[in-house]
Design a protein around this ligand. Structure first.
Ligand code: HEM
Ligand SMILES: [Cu+2]
Length: 560
C-alpha cells in the first residue's frame, strides 16, 4: 500500500533516531563488560562513569529503542492490515512527544545528572527533567495508540463478518496492556519523583515508588517481546515456507498475556520487606501462569516450522530442522526470527528460576539476572527489532538494502555473543557475582584486597560475548546507515509478510472479543496490588533521604 508523506517521514524518523542512540547503548554495554572483567580498573572512560553508562545502556536500549519500535511497528501493522492511515494529529503529536522526551532524557544522562539506572529507584535522585523526559516518551506512545482505536472501529463497521487479524489483536493487546501498566509509572514520575527532585516535596515513600515502578516494569518486558510474538505467529511461518499451525492458539496466547502481564510485577520485589509472603506466593503462582502463553507460542511456532520443513521434503522426526532456510541471503529475515527463538528457550527457562519465590533468593541482585534478561530482551526482542527495522526502512523509504550476506550473518553472530555473555553472567551470578557493580575497581582487580579469582573466568566469558555482540552491532550499523544514506530506487510502500493458517478453525467468540479479558485483567491486577499497596502504606512511610550515585552521603543531611 502507498503511504502519505507525513506518515512516511514519521516512520523513518521513528526508526532512525532510536537506532542512532543505540550506538551509544551498545558502546556502554561493551564497556560494562570490560569494567566487569577487570580490563578497565577505573571509575570512568571519556568522562562517562560506570553508573552513568549503565543508566544510558538500560534507558536507551530497554526503554527508548523498544518503545519507538513498538509504536512504529504498530503504525506499520495497522496501515497494512486495516488499509487506512491513522489520523495525522495522532502520529505527529506522538512522534514529537517521543523524540522530545528521549532527547531531554538523553541530555540529562550525558550531563551526568541522572545516573539512577533505568529503574530510577528512589532515594537515588535524578534531575527533574529526566523524569519529565521519560514520561513524555511514554505519553507519546499512548497518543499513537489513541489514533489506532477509531481506525479499528471503522474497519469493523466496514467488515462486519471478518475476524480481527491476529497481528491487529497482538498490537491492541500489547498497547492495552502497556496503557494500563504505564499509568502507575506516569503517576510515579510526574506526581512523586518530579516534585521530589524539584524540592517541592520533601519526602518520598521508597517502597511505594518501587511498587509503582514494577507494576510497569514487568509488563514492560512483555511490551518488548510482543512485537516479536506477532512476527512469530504472522510472519515466520511464511518466511520458513509453511503455514501457521493454529490461529486460535495464537489468539489465546495474546489474550493470556493481556490478563497475566501486569499482576505479576511484585515478583521483582521478592526480597523486599513490607510485602507479605502470602502475596509473594500468589505472585509466584501467577508468574508460572504467564509462562503458559510462552510455552504455547513455542509449541505452535515449533509445529509451524515442522510443517514448513516437511513441505520442503523433510522426513523423520528431526530432519525438518535442517530443511529450514538457514543462512539464505534472499531470506535474511529468517535468521533474526530463528535465533531469537533459540535464545528465548533459555531465557524462558532461566526466568522460571527467577519467578520461583525461593530460588529467587539465590540469584537476587547477582549477575544471573542480567544474564537471564539478555537472553530475552537482547534475544528475541532486539533481533526482531533489528530485522524488522531493516525490512520496514527498506520498504518505507524505497532505498535498497545492500550487503544482504552481512545482513544474513549478523543475527547468528549476535546470538553466539549473547549466549556467551549470558553464560558468563549467569555462571558468575550463581557464584555470587553482583550485578550493577564496577567489578574492575575491586573484585576482578588483583591489586585489591577484595580480589576474587573465582569471578575472573565468568567475567572474561561475559566480556568475550560482549565484544562479539558489539562486532555484530557494528556490522549492523554499517548496513543500516548505508541504506539510510543512499538514494531511493523503488516507490515507498507498506507491505507486510502475511502467513496463512493451516486449518480453517471454528471461530471461538471468547477469542474474538477483548472486553471480558480487559475486565479480568483489572480484577487480577487488583488481586495483587490492592493487598500490596495496603501493606506498603502500613509498613513504610515517606523519608527525607536523597542520594546520588557518586556519593553514599545523604544529600539532605549534607545540605543542612
Ligand atoms: C553489545 C550488546 C550488549 C552488551 C555487551 C551488554 C552488556 C550488559 C552488561 C554486562 C550488563 C550488566 C551490567 C551490570 O549489572 O553491572 C547489562 C545490563 C543491562 N542491559 Fe545490556 N548489553 C548489551 C545489549 C543490550 C540490549 C540490546 C538490551 C535491551 C534491548 C540491553 C538491556 C540491558 C538492561 C536493561 C540492563 C540492566 C541495567 C541495570 O541494571 O540498570 N542490553 N548489559
Ligand atoms: Cu518480571
Amino acid at each position: 500500500m502507498t503511504i502519505s508523506r507525513p506518515l512516511k517521514t514519521t516512520l523513518l524518523l521513528g526508526l532512525t533516531m532510536p537506532m542512532s542512540l543505540f550506538i551509544l547503548g551498545v558502546y556502554n554495554g561493551v564497556m560494562q563488560t570490560l569494567y566487569r572483567a577487570g580490563v578497565l580498573q577505573q571509575h570512568d572512560v571519556a568522562g562517562i562513569n560506570y553508573y552513568q553508562g549503565l543508566t544510558m545502556h538500560g534507558v536507551i536500549n530497554a526503554i527508548v529503542l523498544t518503545t519507538f519500535f513498538a509504536v512504529i511497528f504498530g503504525h506499520y501493522t495497522i496501515v497494512h492490515y486495516l488499509r487506512k492511515e491513522p489520523p495525522k494529529w495522532s502520529y505527529i503529536t506522538s512522534i514529537v512527544f517521543m523524540i522530545t522526551g528521549s532527547v531531554i532524557a538523553l541530555v540529562v544522562m550525558v550531563l551526568g545528572k541522572a545516573s539512577v539506572l533505568y529503574t530510577f529507584y528512589a532515594p537515588l535522585q535524578a534531575a527533574p527533567l529526566f523524569y519529565i523526559g521519560t514520561a513524555m516518551l511514554i505519553i507519546g506512545s499512548w497518543i499513537a495508540f489513541a489514533g489506532w482505536v477509531p481506525l479499528w472501529f471503522e474497519w469493523k463497521r466496514e467488515n462486519p463478518l471478518s475476524k480481527m487479524p491476529i497481528a491487529i489483536l497482538g498490537t491492541f493487546v500489547n498497547f492495552t496492556m502497556w496503557f494500563m501498566a504505564s499509568i502507575p509509572v506516569i503517576y510515579e514520575l510526574l506526581a512523586l519523583l518530579t516534585p521530589w527532585a524539584m524540592g517541592i516535596r520533601e519526602k518520598i515513600n521508597v517502597p511505594e515508588t518501587r511498587t509503582l515502578f514494577w507494576m510497569f516494569g514487568h509488563p514492560l518486558v512483555y511490551f518488548w517481546i510482543l512485537p516479536a510474538y506477532i512476527g512469530y505467529y504472522t510472519m515466520l511461518p511464511k518466511i520458513a515456507g509453511g503455514k501457521l499451525y493454529s490461529g486460535n492458539a495464537a489468539r489465546l496466547a495474546f489474550l493470556l498475556f493481556l490478563i497475566l502481564s501486569t499482576p505479576v510485577g511484585v515478583h521483582h520485589q521478592f526480597s523486599e520487606g513490607g510485602i507479605s509472603p502470602s502475596i509473594k506466593l500468589w505472585v509466584s503462582i501467577l508468574t508460572f501462569g504467564v509462562s503458559l502463553p510462552s510455552f504455547m507460542t513455542a509449541f505452535t511456532v515449533g509445529a509451524s516450522l515442522e510443517y514448513a520443513g516437511k513441505k520442503r521434503g523433510a522426513k523423520g522426526v528431526f530432519q525438518w530442522m535442517a530443511r529450514l532456510p538457514w543462512f539464505r541471503k534472499d531470506n535474511y529475515l529468517f535468521g533474526y526470527f530463528i535465533c531469537g527463538l533459540i535464545l528465548f528457550i533459555f531465557g524462558g527457562l532461566s526466568g522460571i528460576v527467577n519467578g520461583s519465590y525461593t530460588l529467587n533468593q539465590l540469584v537476587h541482585n547477582t549477575g544471573w539476572v542480567p544474564g537471564h534478561f539478555h537472553l530475552t530482551v537482547a534475544g528475541p526482542s532486539i533481533l526482531f527489532i533489528l530485522g524488522l527495522t531493516l525490512y520496514m526502512f527498506n520498504h518505507v523509504s524505497g532505498k535498497p538494502l545492500k550487503h544482504r550476506a552481512t545482513a544474513t550473518i549478523i543475527p547468528y553472530l549476535w546470538t553466539i555473543g549473547v549466549a556467551m555473555l549470558a553464560h558468563g553472567l549467569m555462571a558468575g551470578g550463581l557464584m555470587g557475582e553482583p550485578r550493577r557493580t564496577n567489578m574492575g575497581l575491586t573484585y576482578t582487580n588483583p591489586e585489591s584486597h577484595l580480589f576474587n579469582s573465582a569471578w575472573v573466568p565468568s567475567s572474561t566469558m561475559t566480556m568475550l560475548g560482549g565484544i562479539i555482540m558489539g562486532t555484530a552491532a557494528l556490522l549492523y550499523f554499517v548496513i543500516f546507515f548505508r541504506m539510510a544514506f543512499s538514494r531511493p530506487t523503488t516507490t515507498p510502500k507498506i507491505e507486510m509478510i502475511e502467513s496463512e493458517e493451516l486449518h480453517i478453525e471454528k471461530p471461538i467468540p471468547l477469542l474474538l472479543n477483548m472486553r471480558p479479558w480487559i475486565i479480568l485483567a483489572i480484577i487480577l491486577v487488583a488481586s495483587t496490588y490492592y493487598p500490596s499497596f495496603k501493606e506498603v502504606f502500613k509498613y513504610s512511610k515517606p523519608v527525607d533521604n536523597r542520594f546520588d550515585m557518586e556519593n553514599p552521603a545523604n544529600l539532605n543531611r549534607n545540605n543542612e
